[in-house]
Ligand binder design. Structure first.
Ligand code: GLC
Length: 784
């Protein structure tokens, strides 16, 4: 971790965290030891407190050690009582480990989730490195929340010691969707003592740095209602010289007390705990190495071969939580985009999410902007793009997996009163309508609802398109979005083909017609002379135009002119030249979303203007959009440029030197949603982990640069790389087979016509037909 910045800036370092989740529950852990645990929903059902405080990073769960001979007390984590000793902290995919050597004891604390169960395991290994026999006490302390915020816990949480298992149970009858659940905390050793009384453990005016319980031999066993509730467990450990002992603290939640007991029985012995650890490590290993690459850029390899997909799966899709945001909800467009990166390693999850999202569509075709599992409370809005991600993502899923049958799955609609004319949004729990339809019909309804156009013939922007912060541009019902036009164009083309394949000409024909009209409108109305405009306000004022003083150019209107494949080639090239020239800042290693930022000008685009200039959407590097710029460069065939820009986005390159680390400050192993672009914070990373850019970083590298194009059981490799890349390999594990694909570039091309051989045989059309035959196949792709 960076420690204090060396510059003048008196800022403390940002926490470097890990988000460790499974489909049911998870936790967050920083390198100091801080963090929190949830089950089911990381916002509505926190088991322990989420503290969004990067300065003190206060721990809501702590493991303590006490030397019974000397009374010394410390923690195996840097906070709250470990800072004097050097510690090695390792964040891995699925676990975090703290190691330190202190008071003659080698300590190793490993935290992980069981692979499939809502159980967090905190394993402590202690080895006596002295020649004396040692007597230690080990304690675990957690503050119960069982809801959204800890403030309500004293009034609502009831605790008891389960006589059968000896575990500490807690429940909260007021925890709406989770009212029936039972939370548990336990330790694998017996005998143990417990208390659920926070005042007993911490003492009056006590704190996690000085808990009163240090002075007691045992905990009192107090549980019940009306306490300021905690889970504290304590055991004694005898350590002969040179010997090692281990114990594991368990924290989780299940539907019933019996389920809790069953879970606890599965993790009693060191062997069981080790088996759980091995299982979860293997699970991650398998998922993250489905596709492995080896390119001339090892920093790119590190991202592709693990961290990006881990960020997507663990944090974005399962956890939906991180340090800077702990939302718990599914964002309609957000997890759909994430799932596009999962089609190779976890297609089942991508499919499941597609159907889950379809179920959040109203009868009228619009959708919930976000919703909370399990019940589905969420918000109905006038965002114009949300609903369109359903057909966009469905098309990608079907193309890559070949699973067109998903379109025939029946999914219900939601029913609620439509928004009143003066209403911009409505939060609530809509009922599930009795009417169901196939996923195909859900997508059709989305396209129809999303095709409403305004005076310039472009899609109405409503209270925002992809850019949440531009919520006033079209709020009056007249403003139009150029980005929406590109997006809709991409969808209409894919879906006209798809409808034709299903024999649905009644839809295909008008969609093609609409696409033609839209194209014409964009070219006639949105071309600004040197690039594409971004939008038109309700009053017709253009945005993202050379006429504007602020936001003269916006990246996504340029990038999507290429991604949609809808712009004429010459204009697309000109638009991307403008983006490269005006939005890429090589000196600061940034790709800006728009420039100049909104500040003192007269335009009122929405809450984007509430951010300081250069922060987040307001003209910072908004990484999600920046990945689209790189994607567009590759799609244009500018491979050298695409690889160069990808390198600008790669967080590893933002933390190569001590100086870099002090400037960037945040984790270099995951993607940051934004990087600040204005002095005095140029180059400082913003909100990490919980960002849709991880999935796009993955796809842009794999699909657009390395050229991995899967269509069911057919694979094409069509690279667009840096001319100085001589060779790279992609290893693809598919079912029982493995394909080792070597791409050779002797002529130093960016694109070139690939000549393909499969196991020594020339493949004329370049399409590799994949088999599930248990063998390893050698593919050579030679660019000529
Ligand atoms: C946030 C939102 C995402 C939106 C983006 C741009 O990441 O979660 O839905 O598209 O910001 O505003």
């Amino acid at each position: 971790r960076p420690g204090r910045p060396s510059s003048e800036e008196p800022l403390p370092p940002a926490p470097w965290i890990n988000v460790i989740a499974n489909p049911q529950a998870g936790f967050l852990i920083s390198e100091t030891g801080g963090g929190f645990t949830w089950a089911g929903n990381s916002q509505m059902n926190r088991l322990t407190p989420w503290n969004n405080d990067p300065v003190s990073d206060p721990p809501g769960e702590v493991v303590y050690l006490r030397d019974e001979a000397t009374g010394d007390v410390w923690t195996p984590t840097p906070l709250p009582l470990g800072r004097e000793a050097a510690a090695t902290v390792r964040h891995g995919q699925g676990y975090t480990t703290f190691e330190q050597q202190r008071h003659g004891i080698a300590q190793e604390l490993t935290l992980f989730m069981a692979a499939d169960e809502p159980v967090k395991l905190v394993r402590l290994k202690l080895r006596n490195t002295t020649s004396r026999r040692r007597r230690l006490a080990a304690a675990f302390y957690a503050e119960w929340v069982l809801g959204g915020s800890r403030d309500d816990a004293p009034m609502q949480v009831i605790t008891e010691q389960d006589s059968e298992s000896g575990a500490l149970f807690a429940h909260n009858a007021f925890a709406s969707d989770f009212a029936g659940s039972v939370a548990f905390a336990d330790v694998t050793l017996r005998p143990h003592t417990i208390t659920a009384d926070r005042t007993e453990f911490l003492g009056r005016n006590g704190s996690v740095s000085r808990p009163a319980a240090f002075a007691y031999k045992h905990l009192s066993g107090k549980t019940g209602a009306g306490l300021d509730p905690c889970a504290a467990l304590q055991v004694n450990v005898e350590l002969p010289p040179d010997e090692e002992r281990e114990l594991t603290f368990l924290l989780g939640q299940a539907s019933t007390a019996d389920d809790c007991r069953r879970l606890l029985r599965q993790y009693r012995t060191p062997k069981q705990v080790q088996a759980a650890f091995d299982e979860v490590r293997n699970r991650w290993q398998k998922l993250l190495t489905t596709i492995e690459v080896r390119t001339p850029d090892p920093a790119l390899d590190l991202l592709i071969n693990g961290w990006l997909l881990y960020q997507v799966q663990s944090c974005r899709v399962w956890g939906r939580s991180a340090f800077y945001q702990s939302g718990g909800a599914y964002g309609f467009r957000d997890q759909l985009q994430d799932s596009m990166a999962l089609v190779y390693a976890n297609a089942a999850e991508a499919r499941e999410h597609l159907l889950r999202a379809a179920g959040r569509q109203f009868l009228e075709g619009d959708v919930q902007h976000w919703w909370h599992p399990p019940a589905g409370r969420g918000v109905r809005t006038r965002f114009s793009d949300d609903l369109l991600w359903l057909p966009f993502v469905a098309a990608h899923y079907i193309t890559t997996t070949g699973d067109a049958a998903v379109l025939d799955e029946q999914v219900p609609f939601l029913r609620a009163a439509p928004l009143r004319p003066e209403q911009e949004e409505d939060y609530g729990l809509p009922e599930v309508a009795p009417e169901t339809a196939s996923l195909y019909e859900h997508c059709v309804r989305a396209i129809e609802h999303g095709s409403r156009r305004g005076e310039h013939g472009l899609p109405l922007m409503g209270t925002g398109d992809w850019n949440d912060g531009m919520n006033r541009v079209g709020a009056g019902g007249k403003g139009e979005s150029v980005w929406d036009a590109w997006f809709l164009l991409a969808i209409l083309r894919q879906w006209a083909d798809l409808a034709e394949r299903r024999g649905d000409h009644e839809r295909a024909t008008p969609w093609r017609q609409l696409a033609a009209e839209l194209s014409e409108s964009v070219e006639a109305q949105a071309w600004d002379g040197g690039w594409y405009r971004r939008a038109f306000f309700d009053d017709g004022t253009p945005l993202g135009s050379s006429e504007n003083v602020e936001c003269r150019i916006d990246a996504i209107a340029q990038a999507w002119s290429v991604i949609s494949a809808a712009a004429p080639a010459e204009r697309a090239r000109q638009a991307m030249d403008a983006a490269d020239h005006l939005l890429v800042r090589r000196d600061a290693r940034l790709i800006l979303l728009l420039t100049p930022p909104f500040d003192q000008g007269t335009l009122e685009p929405g809450y984007i203007k509430g951010y300081l200039p250069g922060i987040r959407e307001n003209g910072g590097q908004y990484t999600h959009a920046a990945t689209w710029v790189v994607d567009a460069m590759a799609r244009l065939g500018r491979g050298t440029r695409a690889v160069e820009l990808y390198g600008l986005l790669n967080p590893i390159h933002h933390a190569q030197t001590r100086e870099d680390v002090d400037r960037y400050r945040v984790e270099p192993y995951v993607i940051a949603a934004d990087i600040y672009s204005q002095p005095p914070h140029v180059g400082r990373g913003g909100w990490t982990w919980y960002t849709g850019s991880a999935a796009w970083m993955y796809r842009v590298a794999l699909e657009s640069i390395l050229g991995f194009h899967l269509q069911g059981d057919r694979l094409r490799i069509e690279p667009c790389i840096a001319a100085d890349w001589r060779e790279y390999t992609i290893t693809y594990h598919r079912g029982s087979a493995t394909y080792v694909i070597r791409v050779e570039n002797p002529e130093r091309l960016e694109r070139g016509a690939p000549i393909v051989t499969l196991d020594g045989q020339r493949v004329d059309d370049g399409v590799i037909v994949l088999a599930d035959d248990g063998r390893e196949h050698q593919v050579v792709v030679r660019l000529t």
